[in-house]
Design a binder for this molecule. Sequence first.
Ligand code: DLL
Length: 434
Amino acid sequence: MTENYYSKEIECASPETIRAIQDEKLVKQVRHVWDRVPYYRAKMQEKGLTPDDIRSRDDLYKLPFLSKADLRECYPYGLLGAPLKDCVRIQSTSGTTGKRVVAFYTQHDVDLWEECCARAIMATGGTNEDVCQVSYGYGLFTGGPGLNGGSHKVGCLTVPTSSGNTERQIMFIMDLSATILCCTPSYAAYLGESMKAKGLTPDQIPLKVGIFGAEAWSEEMRHSIEATLGIKAYDIYGLTEISGPGVAFECSEQNGMHINEDHFIAEVIDPDTGEVLPDGTDGELVFTCLDKEAFPLLRYRTRDITSLSHEKCSCGRTFVKMSRPKGRTDDMLIIRGVNVFPSQIETVLLNSGYPANYQILVDRVNNTDTLDVQVEMTPEMFTDNLGEVATRQRQLESGLQSMLGIRAAVHLVAPQTIARSEGKAVRVIDKRKI
Ligand code: DLL
């Protein structure tokens, strides 16, 4: 594949150039926040800081962190960095607990965000010859609007189907010969399954590329989606607080996501101590916006667990890469004192030939945590021979035991019995919290 770039000069700039851009923008952004956001100014003052203390990236560590709790406390307008008359849009998180996070955008912020999404699309080989079907939800969720804007900027024919209505999705993919599909990986898997059920083979499906994100997914899931849809599947990362999808995106190496470093500085910290960790070490991802107007968060703790790498990338981009997020500090399950990430369970299931249709049930019985994984069988596996099912269950239980270090009960269920998701999949039901 020939490498495509939306803004080659910046995406492939030397580390020194990126550094100089970050130093200059950071100083301005801190001054902007100090002048416009009294809440953050007070946080800086508590640490005895003024904008003069931040002269370059090297001073970043001095700045106080922001967390979701700050965002909730400041809801809705407390962190606004621009006059309301200059704001043109809000987006909001899909959060299910507590107050929603509302992020604000000026036109400049929308342009910046859409530019990031355009870079992501072009990094997968996308051009203005492509037909790009955006099957992320539109509305308060950032997935639809972000990729829609990016697709326009690239000049693709944009098909804004939004999520859901799988029959219609398939109709548009086939009738319009869509070449790029943007949606969550779990919905892509469902679309693949539905197309297969209609008898469509990968070579009959016009799609070439998928741009999938908004939830954790495994390498095994990537391979399975690539095989059913006959595409290359690329990861895209982002969060509402920082702008939306496109904060980081995968390139032809398909091995970690480049962070748009001319707009955001990434750090990885030890979630307990706040200490900045070196490349290659897993920790919590923290972002500092560099040129946002309406919602200019500094040192925002994402709760996503990842590591950074400055290794040279064959695509020519010099932006630092983040590894596929392993999960979130708040979706890590602690089962009988052991840390368990849903992504580890997914890896075992997919490696053993099961589809990515599963649910993890956690409960506490007689003061002991229980972990129960319900997994769908494929139609080929499905049988009424109970002995065979029991053997399969035992095999999976032993695979999970070696991956997790604790016992999990497995229950195999009939095909099509676990609810499908059109957006972010709900994989874990933790009854201990109910
Ligand atoms: O999910 C933005 C987005 C839309 C990203 C479409 C990619 C594609 P939120 O709803 O605010 O925004 O959720 C953000 O989702 O902190 C991660 O925990 C998770 N997440 C997003 N992308 C990925 C990814 C959008 N590629 C939260 N891999 C983030 C793993 C992801 N987790």
